[in-house]
Design a protein around this ligand. Structure first.
Ligand SMILES: [Zn+2]
Length: 239
């Protein structure tokens, strides 16, 4: 496992605007504070989200892009990319693998964070089909697509993107976490990031209390002292 001081660039791949903020914005803030360049790649625009039926879906997509960019700023992330796939209908296709391999080769990250492709039976809400599809495609893009110069050779031939090997992957929302990051100090910024997704969290009463409860449970599982908060990941070595 790499220490943060060995990492210069991190790519966070998610299915929807707000996924990164629920799962890992506190951790992202610690990475940005350590001087690491973090990029978000969001596969859909979240156009099936929100509560307001009077808002058109195209308009919702544009609202949610803006909210994710604002949320990113709260935790020190200034590079947010959207792939524009339709919300609720993501599949782990070769096209998605190629699109993710392209971003990996552009960014050349030592560490990638992405959703777990596994269903979490203990917390079904984190295993949205789009999350599982994005997790599966992202892992395939890490290995073998991004590192194999003969996978999607047009990425090199037409776009000049050389093969790149990602050293480790941090899975979010999976059933078997093996890494807990203490986010007690960055929790306020995580909440500010979540509040930036107003179309999603504007009607959530008790958001901060609920998050505090989840993150306290993760901290307790990690053996951190009472009052601490943590985000959980399953880290895979992929170098
Ligand atoms: Zn989601």
């Amino acid at each position: 496992m790499l220490s943060d001081s060995e990492v210069r660039r991190i790519l966070v791949i998610t299915a929807h605007p707000d996924d990164v903020d629920f799962a890992s914005a506190g951790t992202v803030a610690t990475w940005a504070d350590a001087g690491i360049n973090v990029t978000y790649c969001v596969v859909t625009d979240g156009d099936a989200g929100g509560y307001d039926e009077t808002v058109g879906r195209a308009e919702m997509a544009s609202i949610r892009r803006g909210e994710q960019i604002a949320a990113a700023e709260q935790v020190g992330v200034h590079d947010v990319r959207f792939l524009g796939y339709p919300d609720g209908r993501v599949e782990a296709t070769l096209t998605l693998r190629k699109d993710l391999a392209r971003v990996i080769r552009q960014i050349r990250p030592q560490r990638v964070a992405c959703p777990s492709p596994e269903r979490n039976y203990a917390r079904p809400g984190v295993s949205h089909p789009d999350h599982r599809a994005v997790g599966s495609a992202a892992l395939d893009a890490v290995y073998p697509d991004a590192r194999n110069p003969f996978a999607f050779p047009e990425l090199l031939d037409d776009e000049g993107l050389a093969a790149w090997t990602v050293s480790e992957v941090w899975l979010m929302g999976g059933p078997a976490p093996n890494r807990h990051v203490d986010v007690t100090e960055t929790f306020k910024r995580k909440i500010a990031a979540l509040r930036a997704h107003e179309s999603q969290t504007g009607q959530m009463d008790g958001l901060e209390g609920r998050l505090r409860e989840w993150l306290s449970r993760a901290a307790a599982a990690a053996g951190l002292p009472e009052g601490h908060l943590a985000e959980a990941f399953q880290v895979l070595e992929t170098g």
